[in-house]
Ligand binder design. Structure first.
Ligand SMILES: Nc1ncnc2c1ncn2[C@@H]1O[C@H](COP(=O)(O)OP(=O)(O)OP(=O)(O)O)[C@@H](O)[C@H]1O
Ligand SMILES: [Mg+2]
Length: 321
């Protein structure tokens, strides 16, 4: 009973969700037994090209069949009419009716989503306004820029007031300003709707999301809040800056518990990777006193999400070998 309630509390939930494309020798397990737990808010979905993100999304929205396992959207079976009603979906490569105007397209999508024409028009205008497309509402979509198309795509996904918005790379092909704009819109939307969004760009995910799931080769590599991930991956890099960096570098080169030490060209400071962090923290103050050196700084830099995922991916690839 408790288990059942748990499923309902998640915006997106899956158990051993699997997609196998093809049969026999040709069979490819594109998504392999993944357990998704997406809570309200903005949840990032990360992974390199071919990791299985689009395949997962397509199963969640009912665009392709599920090979094995199960998935629920707010407690409703993925692919069911009830689940489709609560989902808004922006595909990776949305297909528009390019000769329609932005406004007509939204009204049409609203009617498809079950709205009466008057309500569809009201909602379309509200969304055009929200996405700064009101002035372009009577222009054909074929004449929209990439950024405008991306925004009209998100607007179309929102027209029937979904509870869960699934966005497959909403910032792809956008310039930095366009990206920043779409990211802000997604952030603001999260007051009203839960968002499950994929992107290749970790700094974007860091700006938008509280939680992230990363997949690689169809399997979940890590799934947690960004806060927790950052807490558990502390850098083993130390940066030291004194008034005698060259001299310290020579001395540190001869210490057996230091695996790497060099002066970084960009900042002119000593970058140290120790095998034993405690010993390094003891050694540096002693060296400073003994050499009567002035200390400018000695610290461990905080890792970005990008650094952390590079590290996780490198480790996983090692294990595979
Ligand atoms: N219709 C299909 N038939 C056969 N294989 C497919 C099909 N669609 C995707 N694949 C394969 O499934 C794997 C996962 O692809 P998918 O598109 O889900 O990855 P992705 O994480 O979305 O990648 P990207 O970041 O490039 O969008 C890839 O190996 C891909 O070649
Ligand atoms: Mg994809």
């Amino acid at each position: 009973m408790i288990q059942k309630n748990l499923k309902i509390n998640y915006e997106v939930w899956s158990e051993r969700l699997t997609k196998i494309y093809g049969k026999g020798k040709e069979a490819l397990e594109a998504v392999s037994k993944i357990d998704l737990r997406v809570k309200p808010g903005v949840h990032g979905f990360l992974g390199p090209n071919g990791a299985g993100k689009t395949t997962t999304y397509n199963m969640l929205v009912g665009a392709i069949s599920i090979s094995e396992g199960k998935a629920k959207i707010r407690g409703k079976k993925a692919g069911s009419v009830a689940a489709k009603q609560v989902i808004g979906f922006l595909p990776q490569d949305p297909v528009f009716y390019e000769d329609m105007t932005g406004e007509d397209y939204l009204i049409y999508m609203g009617q498809l989503g079950g709205l009466k024409s008057k309500e569809a028009k009201r909602k379309a205008q509200e969304l055009l306004d929200y996405f700064d497309l009101f002035d372009a509402r009577n222009r054909e979509i074929s004449k929209y820029s990439s950024g405008m198309k991306q925004k009209i795509g998100i607007a179309a996904a929102l027209i029937h007031d979904p509870k869960v918005l699934i966005l497959d790379e909403p910032t792809a092909n956008l310039d930095p300003l366009g990206r920043a704009d779409v990211i802000k819109k997604i952030r603001d939307l999260s007051d009203k709707v839960s968002v499950f969004v994929s992107s290749h760009i970790l700094s974007e995910i860091e700006q938008m999301c509280e939680d992230v799931t990363m997949i690689n080769h169809g399997k979940i590599v890590i799934s947690d809040s960004i806060k927790n991930i950052k807490k558990s991956y502390v850098s083993n890099l130390y940066i030291l800056d004194t008034d005698m960096n060259e001299k310290f570098l020579e001395m540190l080169k001869n210490i057996d518990f230091i695996s790497k030490v060099r002066i970084e060209e960009i900042d002119g400071k000593i970058h140290i990777i120790p095998k034993d962090q405690d010993k390094l923290r003891e050694l540096i103050p002693q060296m400073l006193i003994k050499n009567k050196a002035t200390l400018y700084s000695f610290h461990q830099p905080e890792l970005s999400l990008q650094d952390i995922f590079m590290e996780i991916m490198a480790k996983k690839e090692d294990i595979k070998k």
